[in-house]
Ligand binder design. Structure first.
Ligand code: AKG
Ligand code: FE2
Length: 295
């Protein structure tokens, strides 16, 4: 059985909403230089694509896997006692290269559940020319057959994870991603990208830095469309994931048309007013994410 880890959450409700919308979270230079140097030394002599033995090294486990910022973010998304990885991949590469094909990793599921994350670590600086991993924000809700995805080239809105040494980025398991192009002269330097998977063990509940002011109906889930999905579908999908993460998926019923989370005048009537309560019912605003009774 794999080991689990318990720690305090570091993300707020607002951060979790942002993750639901975008499908990723970046922690720049979270790992100290000394650990980055040790990781690079280790990888210089251990050149295989799956150096899972590094998970036996205490300095690596403490500095990277249980890194307080990264573990706190993972814990905010997967709950306490999330399972630690048993496998580690290293996507190494140097020399000019075309971008990889867009893909989702095998075993990706489609839906609001967030049971697996991918966690990536760069032990060295990765400028844009060194072929950082590129992510497509919001694509964790976009279903496409892998054969078809491979035909897309550059997609407007793709985000390069170019970052300084020690950066960790966390994604929904099923996000669309690819290695970006590597170009000379930066491509002459070897890029390592260590990747592991983290798995939830507890049932989802609203277990993070809770802001009692955040209401599921208005928590940044309305409007601000990504443009990849049809209409407001990306808002609907992000809202569904957010409710799932609060352990409140039974409260989520999307009514379609102009209903929530389309851009309705939710914020106008004062909280607690009858008009606001009427609007919530009329526009299909789901129940509360807290355990208070919904209006
Ligand atoms: O090399 C990269 O940047 C991406 C590799 C990849 O597809 C992955 O890490 O799953
Ligand atoms: Fe991949």
């Amino acid at each position: 059985m794999s080991r689990t880890h318990s720690c305090e959450p570091t993300m707020t409700d607002e951060g979790v909403v942002w993750f639901c919308r975008n499908g990723y979270w970046i922690l720049e230079a979270a790992v100290p230089d000394e650990i980055n140097r040790r990781a690079l030394d280790y990888l210089a002599s251990n050149t295989n694509g799956e150096p899972s033995e590094i998970l036996q090294e205490d300095w690596f486990v403490d500095g990277v896997i249980l890194n307080p910022a990264a573990a706190g973010a993972v814990r905010s998304l997967l709950g306490d006692d999330f399972a630690l990885p048993t496998l580690m991949a290293n996507h190494r590469g140097r020399g000019p290269a075309k971008p990889q094909d867009w893909h989702r990793d095998s075993g990706s599921l489609h839906g609001p559940a967030l049971n697996y994350l991918q966690v990536f670590y760069y032990p060295q600086d990765v400028p844009p020319e060194m072929g950082p991993t590129e992510l497509l924000p919001g694509s964790h809700f976009l279903y496409q057959r892998e054969k078809h995805m491979a035909h897309y080239g550059a997609i407007k809105g793709g985000v390069l994870t170019a970052a300084p040494a020690g950066s960790i980025f966390i994604t929904a398991y099923n996000i669309w991603h690819r290695r970006a192009a590597r170009t000379a002269p930066a491509a002459a330097r070897l890029r390592h990208q260590l990747k592991k998977k983290k798995r939830r063990t507890p049932h989802p509940r609203r277990d993070r830095i809770v802001n009692p002011e955040v209401d599921g109906a208005t928590a940044g889930l309305v409007g601000d469309r990504r443009g990849f999905a049809d209409g407001v579908r990306d808002c609907v999908d992000a809202a569904e994931m957010y409710f799932w993460l609060c352990g409140k998926i039974d409260e989520f019923h999307y009514l379609g048309g102009q209903s929530w989370p389309a851009d309705i005048l939710l914020s106008k009537p004062a909280p607690g007013s009858d008009e606001r309560a009427r609007n919530r019912r009329r526009f299909g605003v789901p129940g509360d994410i807290t355990d208070r009774r919904s209006r």
